[in-house]
Write a protein that binds this ligand. Structure first.
Ligand SMILES: [Zn+2]
Length: 447
């Protein structure tokens, strides 16, 4: 079903569908999904029965607010109580095709499953996303997302295949080989986490290869906060000589369910497959357009392990204003603005690692790597937050510079963290998701 190469859209009917029609489709699918969850999954039936909610009570898209949100913790508990997959699997086991658990960075991995139909849908919506930022048949796609259990690697692979690309399935490893492939056979599209892309660019520079020496044209970077941030985007773009686009997904919902189009005007959601809400965590009501809240997602078409109102803990905004590209699907402008989980509370003020990242990356004297170290002052028992950053080759580790950095951090975070500067190359590089918080607090004292 590939569109002509020149076509702006991969699936014009769906991508430019008017909002009213799109919302009708969403409601039809929502009703179908709620009913099958209630009828086939003990996990959902119990939750509905507890508050006296019936599938027939969902009559409009706003009625979705009646359904209690699902938290990751609850999925984990469900899995422990009903091993190995919990009772939120709705499709029968004979229809299961792939297992994709979460990474387990915040505890026991949560299992999610794809049926054949789910694989087909994910392939199509990912192909649509990749097309929207310029991937075309004949492109050489260097897939630097991890293959295997992680959702992004395989979905990009399937999608690139569907579009008709030549795929280099290298995965999130072999940094030098990544650079080799830029030259020969000459990748034109790169997919990776932003931190890995910057690491590859660092290697490329060390080897004396300029962006002008390679045919790489575009790339999409996700899996951690990143390309939505203008400075990270600028660095990836200038160091690799490409246009960089943000992409978003998560294991529980699915990979690549939102990506930027060529207009770079925020993440477009695959709204025909996923119902997106932005919820104020205090009032539990819907936020107004443009207001920051928690991203909550509902599977409209997922067969195997559908989630009704998954509480992602990611902060974002939403707008349904038509994009310059002509697509009607809602967008989160500025991408994901931070994870509620990562919120650091220090001396009564709250801040996110992404804010620290922005400040660190605004200094050319510093590399892209940094760590936020949390420790306990042994005398006072109070938390200490230290930002550890690397000075680049040639830059001086002076007390004046330290003060300048500290001031810039205070301006953004309101509190003043400690600052430690280390030599370039000291901090660990990653090919997967960068780990920005190092919690070394004395838990006994802290409590
Ligand atoms: Zn657009």
């Amino acid at each position: 079903m590939n569109p002509p190469r020149k076509s702006k859209y991969y699936d014009p009917e769906i991508e430019t569908m008017d909002r009213e029609q799109l919302e009708d489709l969403q409601l039809k699918r929502l009703k179908w999904q709620v009913r099958r969850c209630y009828e086939n999954a003990g996990f959902y039936r119990e939750r509905f029965d507890k508050i006296g909610l019936k599938p027939d009570d969902i009559k409009s898209l706003d009625d979705v607010l009646k359904i209690p949100p699902v938290h990751k913790k609850e999925m984990r508990e469900e899995q422990i109580n009903y091993p190995p997959f919990g009772r939120y699997a709705v499709a029968p086991q004979r229809d299961w095709e792939e297992l994709h658990p979460s990474s387990g960075t915040t505890g026991v991995p949560v299992n999610t499953i794809w049926t054949r139909r789910d694989v087909e849908n994910i392939t199509q919506w990912t192909a649509r996303m990749m097309w929207s930022f310029g991937t075309r048949p004949g492109d050489i796609v260097q897939n630097g997302f991890a293959y295997g259990l992680w959702v992004a690697g395989l979905s990009v692979h399937y999608a690139a295949k569907a579009i008709g690309c030549f795929i280099l399935p290298i995965g999130a490893s072999l940094t030098d080989r990544q650079v080799d492939y830029f030259m020969n056979p000459g990748a034109t599209v790169l997919t990776a986490t932003p931190s890995f892309a910057l690491y590859i660019a660092e290697r490329m520079k060390e080897r004396g290869i300029s962006p002008d020496d390679i045919p790489l044209r575009i790339g999409t970077f996700g899996g951690e906060g990143g390309t939505g941030d203008p400075l990270t985007r600028k660095r990836i773009e200038s160091r690799l000589g490409i246009d960089a686009y943000d992409i978003y997904g998560l294991a529980e919902i699915g990979p690549t369910c939102a990506a930027e189009c060529e207009a770079k005007a925020g993440l477009h959601w695959a709204e025909d497959h996923i119902l997106v809400e932005i919820i104020n965590p205090q009032t539990m009501k819907k936020c107004k357009p443009g207001e920051v809240g928690i991203l909550v997602q509902t599977h409209l078409t997922k067969e195997a392990t559908p989630l009704l109102r998954y509480w992602t803990n990611d902060n974002a905004t939403l707008t349904t204003e038509k994009c310059a590209c002509g697509r009607t699907h809602a967008r989160s402008v500025g991408g994901i603005l931070g994870r509620a989980d990562d919120l650091i509370i220090y001396k009564g003020e709250n801040f996110y690692p992404l804010q620290v990242e922005k400040v660190v990356k605004s200094f050319s004297e510093l590399s892209d790597e940094f760590v936020i170290r949390l420790t306990t002052n042994p005398k006072t028992g109070m938390d200490v937050v230290t930002v550890v950053a690397e000075y680049t080759v040639g830059a001086a580790n002076t007390s004046e510079f330290k003060k300048k950095l500290q001031k810039a951090l205070r301006d953004d975070l309101i509190v003043t963290p400690e600052v430690e500067l280390v030599e370039f190359g000291t901090l660990q590089r990653t090919t997967f998701k960068a780990k920005r918080i190092e919690d070394k607090r004395d838990k006994a004292k802290a409590s």
